[in-house]
Write a protein that binds this ligand. Structure first.
Ligand SMILES: Cc1ncc(C[n+]2csc(CCOP(=O)(O)OP(=O)(O)O)c2C)c(N)n1
Ligand code: SF4
Ligand SMILES: [Mg+2]
Length: 287
């Protein structure tokens, strides 16, 4: 029988390969939610399609599982309809930077108070190992047999240059640090991106646990309020920095700018319908 223990669902059957980095991200997320003293009913996780997008299936929270690449618009809408909820959009590098790349750009512009967790394994895991937008130049796959011939997307540089209000990168191998940064992203008021390096042990034999350990280092002596410095650090290629690159607490979140929330934050569903106003609105559309 399935047992539920706060955010964990015990004895749930996961579809992930043994040793996949997704298990560590799941653990870090559970830890972060617990440490923030959130209750399962206060949290919504929105995801699309992919191995990473299955994460909310293994958590005791509210969830909405939509189309490939389309998690960010419903996440923005959920937050706008019920601003008291903690809303997280979660998925893979293909889901969020490829099929959902358009939504990535426009969500940054809107700055809703949501957390964006991207499991970046630099490959399409679910569909068995094709190149993703973050696959390295030259990365060979059963489809890209001569190696990838496009430059990878740099999600951090893109987000910082677009004015995202919180931008971070972590490696899931350090569960404690991953949980800590996810916590800070949730606490941030506004759009918060956490790009999470996650080895795919089955289809990416280049960017392994060992590779990530050897090619990353912790950001130190860095002013995360300096956007130019953040962009410069995000462009580093030799070794990839980990930590909070940029944060700006002065930007007003999307839903706080909506006039319907000016005086009260009550979820839309609990508000009384003003039939007269609705009638007038419908009438105005007819003329
Ligand atoms: C519109 C659309 N295009 C393509 C697919 C097929 N598809 C499903 S998951 C996926 C890639 C998932 O890769 P990623 O988001 O990196 O997640 P991962 O499995 O690596 O965690 C693709 C191409 C789809 N379901 N819908
Ligand atoms: S295919 Fe890769 S990303 Fe998917 S579960 Fe297996 S190891 Fe993880
Ligand atoms: Mg992927």
């Amino acid at each position: 029988m399935t047992k539920i223990k706060q955010f964990e669902i015990e004895q749930v059957k996961t579809a992930w390969c043994p040793g996949c980095g997704n298990f560590m991200i799941l653990k870090a997320l559970q830890q972060a939610l617990k440490e923030l003293s959130l209750k399962p009913q206060q949290v919504v996780i929105v995801s699309g399609i992919g191995q990473a997008a299955k994460t909310p299936h293994y958590l005791n929270v509210n969830m909405f599982n939509g189309l490939h690449g389309r998690a960010l618009p419903p996440a923005t809408a959920i937050k706008a309809c019920n601003p008291e909820l903690t809303v997280i959009a979660e998925g893979g590098d293909g889901d969020m930077y490829g099929e959902g790349g358009n939504h990535f750009l426009h969500t940054i512009r809107r700055n809703p108070n949501i957390t964006h967790l991207v499991h970046n394994n630099m490959v399409y895991g679910l569909t068995k190992g094709q190149a993703s937008p973050t696959s390295e130049f030259g990365f060979k796959t059963p489809v890209q047999t001569d190696g990838v011939i496009s430059e990878p997307v740099n999600p951090l540089a893109l987000a910082i240059s677009m004015g995202a209000s919180f931008v971070a990168r972590v490696f899931c191998g350090d569960t404690k640090k991953t949980a800590d940064i996810i916590k800070k992203a949730i606490q941030h008021s506004g759009y918060a991106l956490v790009d999470i390096f996650q080895p795919c042990v089955t289809f990416n034999k280049v960017n392994t646990f060992k590779w990530f350990k050897e090619h990353t280092y912790d950001l130190e002596d860095h002013d995360s309020h300096d956007r130019n410095q953040a962009l410069k650090r995000a462009m580093e290629k030799e070794k990839l920095p980990l930590g909070i690159f940029y944060q700006n607490e002065d930007k007003n979140p999307f839903e706080q700018q909506l006039s319907v929330h000016e005086n009260k934050k009550t979820p839309f569903i609990m508000r009384e319908l003003n039939r007269q106003k609705l009638k007038e609105l419908l009438k105005s559309k007819q003329s």
